[in-house]
Design a protein around this ligand. Sequence first.
Ligand SMILES: NC(=O)c1ccc[n+]([C@@H]2O[C@H](COP(=O)([O-])OP(=O)(O)OC[C@H]3O[C@@H](n4cnc5c(N)ncnc54)[C@H](OP(=O)(O)O)[C@@H]3O)[C@@H](O)[C@H]2O)c1
Length: 260
Amino acid sequence: MNQKHSPETVLITGASSGIGLELARIFAQHGFKLVLVARNRTKLLEIAATLPGSSVHVIAKDLSHPRAPQEVFEELREKSIPIDVLVNNAGFGQYGKFADTDLETQVEMIELNIVALAALTRLFLPDMLERGTGKIMNVASTAAFQAGPLMAVYYASKAFVLSFSEAIENELHGTGITVSCLCPGATETNFADRAGMKDTWLFKLGAMDAKTVAEAGYAGLMKGKSLVIPGAKNKLLVQSERLAPRKLVTAISRKIQEQR
Ligand SMILES: NC(=O)c1ccc[n+]([C@@H]2O[C@H](COP(=O)([O-])OP(=O)(O)OC[C@H]3O[C@@H](n4cnc5c(N)ncnc54)[C@H](OP(=O)(O)O)[C@@H]3O)[C@@H](O)[C@H]2O)c1
């Protein structure tokens, strides 16, 4: 039943910068064929040209459009490119009080961070199940573990990713498919800039570099770990919240999110 073929192909969303780009470099170094997805085709093609000795297929797609996951799936099916490893990494946040935020941007965030991630997983799972082998990495965040005042929808979207990943990881026991949820803390990428949160305590108190985060994610995925939290500080933060009153945790979360 286990129909593994070599070299394996990894699909990475959000591969044009930050954690996704570092993951693409690591998978390429380990001999994987790559399918890279993001909106910026030029950037993806430039990256593809720099990756060591690997076959790279580039798909420029805005995954916040409802039809986009299906279109990615169909393009790969037409080209007979099977996906062995799915990395749902693309995502973004937006800083500000919920009542003041732009509704269109909030909906776009839900479409990308939640809908596209679930849809891609649902689309690629049947083939993995048929082959009896496969790996899925979903990129959540330490934001998944508590509410996030001043970034309410983003934190809630990452709580979805964590809960969803842990649930399907359980459902897939014994199938040959593993699901790993990567939960980085603050990381130096384009994320804080796009979210408009560079001056928050969260980022001023120190961010990890994207390469270290991606290395932890790759290692955890390969070991079949269901939850990967890179960095001792982030692990401690998540653990320390477990027994604390929820309102206190939310209040501290707000403090960290405030502008310095
Ligand atoms: N940086 C942090 O502090 C941090 C912490 C915890 C979790 N995370 C999570 O890590 C993941 C990667 O983020 P990052 O920090 O590496 O940020 P980043 O540098 O901004 O990278 C985001 C990637 O997603 C792509 N993307 C954005 N919108 C897209 C869309 N609508 N359709 C398709 N692709 C899209 C971007 O490419 P294009 O612009 O070309 O589309 C880019 O490749 C996200 O899920 C984020 O929530 C980040």
